[in-house]
Ligand binder design. Structure first.
Ligand code: 1BN
Ligand code: ZN
Length: 328
C-alpha cells in the first residue's frame, strides 16, 4: 500500500474506531523550526531556557537500547513468556529510578481464556501537591492483523514502535527525574497492559480501563500518553479526542516543542484515535495522546527497531521533559 493510500486508510479506520469525526483542522498553534540538538547533546544555542529548571540531557542512545531490549524479550502478549519477562524487567527498571514502584495485577477472561495482566507503576516525588501522569502501553498486539497474507496475519508483532517506543521514552525520563528532581511536581509513571489485545475495541485498553476504575495513585492534575513515538519519520499532530478534552495540555506540549524548535510536532489535528487516554478521560482526567499514527508497519510484522530512531525518542523526551521541568 502506498504511504498516501495507507494514511487515508488508517485515518478512516482510526476515525471509525474512535467513533468520531475525521477532521483536518488548521486552527492550532505550532510552528516548525530547526532541528533539535545532536542525538545525545544539549539543546542548541539560542533556545529559550525553561522557566523553572533546566532538564538533564535525554540520552537517546540509552532510550533506544531500552526499545531494543523490549523487542528482544519477544512479543509482549498476555500469558506468554515474553510478557512475564518484560514485566519483571520493567518493574526492576522503575524500582531503580522511582521512589516507589509496584505491579497492579488484574485479570480478564475472554471466550473462557483467563488473561493475567499487570499495570506497572512508579512515582517520583509522591508527596508533591501537583502530580503529572506519564503513561504508555507495554503489551503488544497478539496478531499482525494489517498483514495481507493469512499466515503472516496470525503471528504476533514485535511492537518496536507500537509498544516499546513510548515505554523507552518513559524509562529514560524516569532516569532524568531521578538524577534531577523536577522542582514543582510529582511524576507518576504507569505502563499499561492489555492496550492492544483485541481484535476489537471492546478487548482493548484493558489496563487503562482497570487503572481508571482503581487508580493506584492519587488523581493527577493531567496525564500525557505516549504511543507510537519512535517512527524514524516522526510527525506528531494533535489528536482529536485529546484536543476536544484537554486542549490546554496539548497547548503546553506544542508550546514546549516550539520553544525547543522540535519539528516533529506538527501544526493542526490529524487523526481521531481510540487509545488508553479514553478510559482516563471518561473518569474526568485531563489526558492527551501523543501519537504518530502515519506509520506504514502498524500492526504488521515489520514494526521492528529499524523503522524507529533514537532521534525520534529524543524529540518526544525533550518536549515532555521541558513541560515537566517548567511546572512550578
Ligand atoms: C494504537 C496503537 N492503537 C492500537 N495500537 C489504538 C488504535 C485503535 C488505533 C484502533 C487505531 C484504531
Ligand atoms: Zn497497536
Amino acid at each position: 500500500m502506498s504511504k498516501t493510500t495507507r494514511q487515508l486508510f488508517s485515518s478512516v479506520q482510526a476515525a471509525l474506531a474512535g467513533g468520531g469525526l475525521f477532521l483536518l483542522l488548521g486552527a492550532m498553534s505550532c510552528q516548525s523550526g530547526g532541528a533539535a540538538a545532536g542525538v545525545d547533546g544539549p539543546p542548541p544555542p539560542g533556545v529559550t531556557p525553561p522557566p523553572a529548571a533546566t532538564p538533564p540531557v535525554f540520552n537517546a542512545t540509552r532510550a533506544f537500547a531500552d526499545l531494543e531490549a523490549q523487542v528482544a524479550f519477544g512479543p509482549r502478549v498476555p500469558n506468554t513468556e515474553g510478557h512475564v519477562k518484560t514485566r519483571d524487567w520493567l518493574l526492576a527498571e522503575l524500582k531503580k529510578t522511582t521512589d516507589r514502584a509496584l505491579l497492579q495485577n488484574f485479570t480478564r477472561t475472554f471466550s473462557g481464556k483467563k488473561l493475567a495482566m499487570s499495570n506497572i507503576v512508579g512515582v517520583i516525588n509522591p508527596e508533591a501537591k501537583r502530580q503529572i501522569l506519564l503513561c504508555a502501553h507495554w503489551d503488544t498486539r497478539p496478531t499482525a492483523d494489517q498483514e495481507i497474507e493469512p499466515a503472516r496475519r496470525a503471528r504476533p508483532i514485535a511492537g518496536a514502535n507500537d509498544g516499546a517506543s513510548g515505554v523507552a521514552v518513559l524509562l529514560e525520563l524516569a532516569r532524568m527525574f531521578q538524577a534531577k528532581r523536577p522542582p514543582g511536581v510529582g511524576v507518576q509513571f504507569v505502563l499499561f497492559d492489555g492496550e492492544d489485545y483485541g481484535p476489537g475495541l471492546e478487548r482493548m485498553f484493558l489496563g487503562a480501563r482497570y487503572y481508571a476504575s482503581k487508580p493506584a495513585l492519587p488523581k493527577p492534575d493531567y496525564a500525557v500518553l505516549l504511543d507510537m513515538v519512535g517512527d524514524k519519520d516522526l510527525q506528531i499532530y494533535r489528536e482529536q479526542n485529546s484536543e476536544s478534552f484537554a486542549p490546554e495540555i496539548n497547548d503546553k506540549i506544542w508550546k514546549a516543542a516550539e520553544e525547543l524548535k522540535i519539528t516533529a510536532f506538527q501544526y493542526g489535528v490529524r487523526h481521531t484515535i481510540s487509545d488508553d487516554h479514553i478510559p482516563l478521560q471518561e473518569v474526568g482526567w485531563k489526558d492527551i495522546d501523543l501519537i504518530d499514527f502515519d506509520y506504514a508497519p502498524w500492526h504488521t510484522l515489520d514494526d521492528t527497531p529499524d523503522k524507529c530512531s533514537p532521534a525520534s525518542l529524543k524529540a518526544v523526551g525533550d518536549v515532555v521533559a521541558r513541560v515537566v521541568y517548567s511546572e512550578k
